[in-house]
Design a protein around this ligand. Structure first.
Ligand SMILES: C[S@@+](CC[C@H](N)C(=O)[O-])C[C@H]1O[C@@H](n2cnc3c(N)ncnc32)[C@H](O)[C@@H]1O
Length: 298
């Protein structure tokens, strides 16, 4: 009996701390205009339910408490703002209207990276419908309020519908030509590679490393990607000879590019470390790769 009382007391104390710590977070979100935000009085989150907890802890050098606190914030953001995160809810193509974007677990991993490294300035290659741009915008508003956060997103086509022009800066054109210049002119904390051509990804990583970019991320790098394997050589074949159904001239070769720059072991393994960067591939359905300059992890 006594034992149960003590356990209950500890649990209640933990919850109070969780809610208390979240006050600053709520204040910022409200200042940013999210007035309908409701705080849960019963945040019972156990470490076991947190997706990618060991990968995130290893990549970011964070402890259990930080993960619980951050997952609580993320769940609240998702629960309260589901209409603003319309497609970040499933990894199935059907739910995001034919596009393929971040799934909720990948989004949580990115949420942690943005929070831990204070990634206020994001450059995305491949906007498409703007689902991931919407996610970045909501994450920024939640974490930094109306502070000086900024999202640049580049695409060949203007198709976005989940973001408005005042949410981000859209840059229309070929990222191969535009990317190095954008990087030179602007301080960028996080680059999100989601456009796919092999040479574009290579140019993007070279320029990012030259600029000593803090965080370089890649979507579609999972070993078990439903449309894999993506052979590096395939990119150099004529389109009709590539063994890639439905991919036309695009194909997620990012894992090969990651291996070229951050360690060949990444072709088979999900973790790597160079002198400057720590790299984790989150093995979700499509796969999310994150390389972080270790300077920003202290
Ligand atoms: C997978 S979609 C991006 C999805 C989006 N990031 C999301 O999660 O909602 C890939 C996009 O990359 C764009 N793209 C491909 N090659 C490009 C290039 N060279 N420059 C700019 N955008 C490119 C395509 O037009 C397409 O809209």
């Amino acid at each position: 009996m006594m034992y149960h009382k003590v356990v209950d007391l500890i649990l209640r104390k933990k919850q109070e701390i969780l809610i208390g710590k979240s006050n600053a977070f709520f204040k910022k979100a409200k200042q940013a205009g999210f007035h309908h935000l409701e705080k849960s009085n019963n945040p019972r989150i156990s470490i076991e339910e947190i997706p990618f907890r060991s990968e995130i802890a290893k990549l970011l050098s964070v402890q259990e408490d930080w993960l619980i606190q951050t997952y609580y914030e993320y769940c609240l953001a998702k629960a309260n703002f589901e209409p603003l995160l319309p497609a970040v809810r499933s990894s199935r193509r059907a739910t995001d209207h034919g596009g393929k974007s971040l799934d909720p677990h990948e989004a949580f991993a990115l949420w942690c990276v943005i929070k831990k490294c204070k990634a206020k300035r994001i450059l995305e290659l491949g906007t498409r419908f703007g689902v991931s741009a919407r996610f970045f915008r909501v994450a920024h508003l939640f974490m930094f309020g109306l502070d000086d956060s900024k999202i640049y997103s580049c695409d060949l086509n203007r198709e976005y519908r989940y973001v408005n022009d005042d949410d981000f800066e859209f840059i229309q054109g070929d990222a191969k030509l535009l990317f190095p210049d954008i990087l030179k002119k602007n301080k960028i904390d996080l680059i999100f590679n989601d456009a796919h051509p092999y040479d574009l990804t290579k140019i993007s990583v070279s320029a990012s490393l030259e600029a000593q970019s803090p965080i370089i991320t890649f979507h579609d790098v999972g070993k078990n990607h439903p449309r894999s394997p993506f052979k590096r050589e395939a990119y150099f074949l004529p389109v009709n000879e590539r063994n890639l159904i439905n991919l036309a001239e695009y194909g997620p070769w990012e894992r090969h590019v990651m291996a070229e720059f951050f360690g060949q072991n990444l072709l088979d393994e999900d973790f790597s470390e160079t002198d400057q960067y720590r790299v984790q591939i989150f093995d979700s359905l499509f796969g999310l790769g994150v390389a972080i300059n270790k300077k920003y992890l202290t």
